[in-house]
Each structure stands twice: as C-alpha cells, then as structure tokens.
Ligand binder design. Structure first.
Ligand SMILES: [Zn+2]
Length: 497
C-alpha cells in the first residue's frame, strides 16, 4: 500500500496530486535549470506515440516535414508589429558566442568574452513564423508553387516565470505547421482542416473530448487574422487549451514579402496558416483520466498496454510461470501489443501492481500456478474489474479489451465535461457557477473587450472559444450574459490553465 500513499488525493490538493502522478509514473522531472523540465522515458514514449499518430495524419493531408533553425535574427521579430508585441516579453536572446578563462577558480573560472558580442542578437525561437516565411519568400514565385504545406517537429523557448510540468515550461516540444495559399478561402479551409485533425486525434487517441471554436480578438495569436482552438475540461473543472490553428491572413506575407505571380500574370501576397500542438497535451492526458492511484493512460497512447505479473512461491513454480508468461508476452507482442513481463525477483506481486498502476498500464495479467493448471490467467483492468481469460484466447481478446477501455475513458470524460457545463446562464447563475468550482459556461456575448475584461477581473474566467456550430446551444442567446446588450455570438467561458 505504501506506493499508493505517495500520491496526494485529488480532493486534498489537486495541484499536488498532478505533480505526484507525474513523478510516480516517471513521466518527467525537474531540471537544474529553473522553468525547464526533463521528460523521462515513460513520458517521452507517450510523446513519441502522439507524434507518430499526428505525423501520419499530417502526411495524409498533404504536409511534409522540414527543419528550420533554432535561432532567429532579432530584427525578424520586429517585422510584424502585433507579433513582436505578443512575444517580446518572453524571448531568450543569444548575445555572445564565446566564454573565456579568467584564471580564477570556481564559478568565476569562466566569463563572457566581451569581444564575442554578436552584431545582431539572435532570438531563440518562441515560434517560427518569421524565419519560415523569410524562406517561403525565396521558394515561392508562382501560383504553381502553391499551396506550400510544411510542418516541423522541434523545441521552442518562451520565458516563463511560473512553471508547471508539461503545462507551462520555458522550453517545450511541439510541432508547428506552416502553409502558404493563393487565396483567403484556401487558407481558411486549411486552418479549419487542421483544427479537425487535432480534434480527431485528441478524441480518438487521447480519449479527451474537446470544444472547438474561434478565439476572441483579445485571446487570438499575435499576428493572426483568426485563431481557432480546442479546449478540454480537466477534472478540477479548469479548461486546458489543447491546440491552436491560425489563419494568418497576409500579415506575414507583407512583412516578409512572400509574393506569387498569378495565372493572369499579376503579383499577389500569399495567405498563410500556422497550427501547433505541444507536450502540454501530455498534461491534458494526465488530468483527463488519472486517479488517486496514479496515471491512467488511454490504451492507444499507453507506453505499456499490458503488463504480465507472474506469481510464484517455489523455484519450480517460478520456472513454470515465467515460461508461460514469456510465451504470452511473445504472442501479444507479435499481435502488435506493447507488453512487458515483470520478472523481477526483488518485488512482491502486490508492490508490482501498485507500480504498474501508477504508470497507467491499462491491463494487467496475473499468472499463478493455479491459473496455469486451469489454462487461464486473471485479467485486471486499470480502472477496476477482474476476470479470468483462457490462455489460448488472449491474442484474440486483448485488443477488444483495450478498445473497450479506450471507449470507456472517452465516454467518462464526455460525461464529466457535460456534468460541469451550464448553458444559457444569467449573470447571477454564472457568478454562482464560477464560485462553486466552475466548468464550461455557455452564454450570450456582446463581443466587447470591456465585458471580457470585467468578467476576467471578477471571476478569473475567460472566453475559451466562440464555439463551432455543433457545440452551440439549440437556442441562440439573444443578450450578453454580462451586460444584457444584444449578443453577437454564443461564448464558452471557463477558468483556464
Ligand atoms: Zn457584454
């Protein structure tokens, strides 16, 4: 039982619980650099599985991967006025290229060599629009070069004062898609398409239901015409922005002179989009499904989908259960299942159960001498439920069990999100809702930045999205939930990460 008690219960301290789940599952750890984290193998495997699935989806929609430099000339950031304002406060700068030995000892043994100052400082990319569109200007000449559809997997740096593992760190991993199109309609279709790709991934792979929609002007990406986002509700009823897709209009094309010759011979600026999801999704996965015993990983993204725990007392039994366990492992692995056999001598079965539970393994197979005699194993699901299964039917039955678990996790997350959503709220109901723990509040919105600011001031809630049609309430709201002026759109408010 000792292992389980290392995790603070959610009801006691949600934020401590979140950190404990990550540390116990060995997903990540704090690094010697403040604000930066180390992603450990179990966490990095989740990211690799996410990458693989998303990369296939990007490829299927016509995108190619490329790689652009980590450093961006400082002057590039100044070229797009809104963009520079949005990112200026959180960039890391490289100003020198050398250290020199001082002849002293300890921390003073090296110093910055003043002779090595760069003529123009380099920004460590906070996002890559500027350097990518500078290259697009070289590569795009004619309408025949369009659309140009690219993606890069990389790290970025945005200086953060307050950090949370996976959710907010100074350096993080992401992908950033960047595209150029001949018309506004094509760019808009691309931005919407990638939002749909993200939604499909987050629901089908992460089992994390999301609301999609448009950001208000105060929440949109610096330099974008329109920003679309996916928002998921976590177990503490706070929203997590799980991805964004931007129609950048011609802002960057003008700033970087990305022009193309039309079929008729004229010269036009291209229309750009950019879209990204990050390692923050791992934080979303943790907070959507996990419980007081640790990580709950949806089977499609679980680094280990099945763990086999052999149970023995004598050496003779050990040989027998390890033999059968090894065979089951090989068969499941051959069927494409990520499986481990925990043959460690040093731990009792119960301690192994706790460890693998904390690591979020969806299915555990317990194999003891009596099970083998009966031609069966005991299957235990991470979310609860034990049942015997015949040994020779495992490769046939386990994929179905994993699918059931995947579907049940999505349904449970949907039910929880629905239970913590209110629609058509009045101002009084909204205030009570936000005070009582919050969630997604749907209501009319007049569109004014002052209403947004007042609501944020009083409740800490922001407009997460102006939801897409399928998420909207059957009756469109007539008036602003806050000020009673005519509503221009339904909005979804929540307190957010
Ligand atoms: Zn209003």
């Amino acid at each position: 039982m000792a292992q389980a008690q290392k995790i603070t219960p959610r009801a006691k301290d949600y934020s401590e619980w979140y950190n404990d789940v990550i540390m116990q599952a060995e997903l990540a750890d704090y690094s010697p650099v403040r604000g930066c984290m180390v992603i450990r193998p179990h966490g990095y495997r989740i990211w690799e599985l996410m990458q693989r699935a998303l990369d296939d989806m990007f490829r299927a929609t016509g995108h190619q991967n490329a790689y652009f430099p980590l450093f961006i000339p400082m002057s590039f950031l100044a070229k797009e006025a809104e963009h520079v304002e949005g990112f200026a406060k959180e960039v890391a700068l490289v100003t020198h290229t050398r250290l020199k030995a001082t002849g002293k000892t300890g921390a003073q043994a090296v110093a910055v060599d003043p002779e090595s100052a760069l003529e123009e400082p380099l920004v460590v990319r906070p996002t890559s629009e500027t350097i990518i569109y500078a290259m697009f200007a070289k590569w795009i000449q004619s309408y025949r070069d369009l659309p140009l559809l690219m993606n890069q997997w990389c790290n970025i740096v945005r200086w953060e004062l307050r950090t949370r593992l996976f959710l907010r760190t100074t350096e993080f991993l992401w992908q950033e898609g960047h595209t150029a199109h001949a018309t506004e309609a094509e760019a808009e279709a691309e931005a919407r398409q990638m939002l749909a790709v993200y939604r499909q991934f987050q629901e089908e792979w992460m089992a994390m239901p999301v609301i999609t929609g448009r950001k208000t002007d105060s929440e949109k990406f610096a330099g974008a015409l329109r920003t679309y986002a996916l928002e998921a509700l976590m177990q503490d009823r706070k929203a997590l922005q799980a991805g964004t897709s931007h129609n950048l209009g011609q802002n960057f094309a003008r700033a970087f002179n990305v022009q193309y010759q039309t079929a008729a011979g004229g010269l036009e600026y291209v229309w750009n989009t950019s879209w990204g999801v990050t390692t923050r999704m791992i934080g979303g996965l943790v907070m959507t499904h996990s419980d007081d015993n640790g990580l709950v990983a949806p089977p499609k993204l679980a680094p280990v989908q099945v763990v086999i725990v052999p149970i023995w007392k004598s050496e003779e039994e050990k040989g027998q259960v390890l033999g059968v366990g090894g065979k089951v492992k090989d068969e499941l692995a051959k069927a494409g299942i990520r499986v481990e056999l925990d043959a460690r001598d040093s731990l009792k079965p119960g301690a192994k159960y706790f460890e693998w539970e904390a690591k979020g393994v969806p299915v555990r197979l317990e194999i003891g001498p009596r099970d083998i005699a009966a031609g069966q194993v005991m299957t235990a699901r991470r979310g609860g439920g034990k049942a015997p299964a015949t040994l020779d039917s495992l490769t046939a039955s386990i994929p179905g069990v994993l699918n059931e678990i995947q579907a049940a996790l999505l349904q449970a997350a949907k039910d929880r999100t629905e239970a913590h959503s209110i629609r058509g709220a009045t101002k009084a109901q909204f205030l009570e809702f936000m005070k009582g723990g919050g969630g997604f509040a749907y209501g009319g919105f007049c569109g004014s930045a002052s209403c947004e600011a007042e609501i944020k001031q009083e409740t800490a809630a922001t407009v997460r999205v102006l939801p897409d049609p399928e998420f909207r309430s059957p009756e469109p709201p007539r008036t602003c939930m806050w000020c009673d002026k005519p509503s221009i759109a339904e909005a979804v408010w929540a307190q957010a990460y």
